[in-house]
Design a protein around this ligand. Sequence first.
Ligand code: UTP
Length: 293
Amino acid sequence: MTSPLRTCVFPCAGFGTRFFPATKVIPKEMLPLVDKPILQYGIEEARDSGLNKLVIVTSKGKDTILDHFDRTSELERSLRERGKNDLLAEVDVVSRMVDLISVRQKEALGLGHAVLTAKDAVGREPFAVLLPDDVILAEEACLLQMRRVFEETGRPVIALMEVAPEETSRYGIVAGEMVGNRKFKISDMVEKPKAKAPSRYAIIGRYILPPEVFAILERTERGAGGEIQLTDALRELVKQGDFYGYVFDGRRYDAGEKLGYLKATVDYALRHPQLGAEFRAYLESVLETAAVS
Ligand code: UTP
């Protein structure tokens, strides 16, 4: 993998059933985390990691995702006429943020299939995949941390997170060994291990992959849940050569389910430059009242 890394694929074509009924009509990627839609955090992470060719995989009913990053001339004109320059600047920043390439996944056949849908848009280059509902709060963008391992090794890299032993059965878990600071050499992956897990490192939604993964996905049969699983293709890739995990520095939230979303909302709100202090005082008063009653 010697070509430069510049592309990031955002699979956004799932049904979001874990967040029903909120996501029946509104895509989960568009739910707000404080004052920005979830996807915008992912787009900012990709941009901060030096990726500028962004491919969104959408499905029917998810056009608002693209609208959010488009120009909105009428809104801009109205804000300009009313002298609302601060709001105008905020709207402008989002629409100038990125140029997006959109591809449609016509049937929700799984994450592996969603990535395969982006094949022509990606071309024959290495690329990153970012699952928007895995939101990561970090000093340094998670994909940028991973990118260093990719540039040093030229090999695939996925993000890992250490989990408690009792939680391993909820994640894809890697087998292998730690070979450097936060750098893990992967020998296999096990989806939701029921018996003893091979490690405590869980796979989360950030990947840097070679274009060869598309050929593997094309011959990957439907696996768990009748879906084409990305993990099945990654296991195949592990057999073909060195494959790394990177235990990223930061905190990850599963904003695609209700409790994870609430935790992310609280943590992001507490860090918000304008709202943080007042929100903290409010939370403290709520907790005090709860402790008394
Ligand atoms: P998830 O399983 O987290 O998303 O898929 P989901 O299917 O939307 O959610 P639930 O389980 O029904 O609540 C991981 C990622 O893969 C995308 C999702 O949009 C999410 O970003 N995905 C999943 C697709 O793009 N296409 C698919 O067919 C399946």
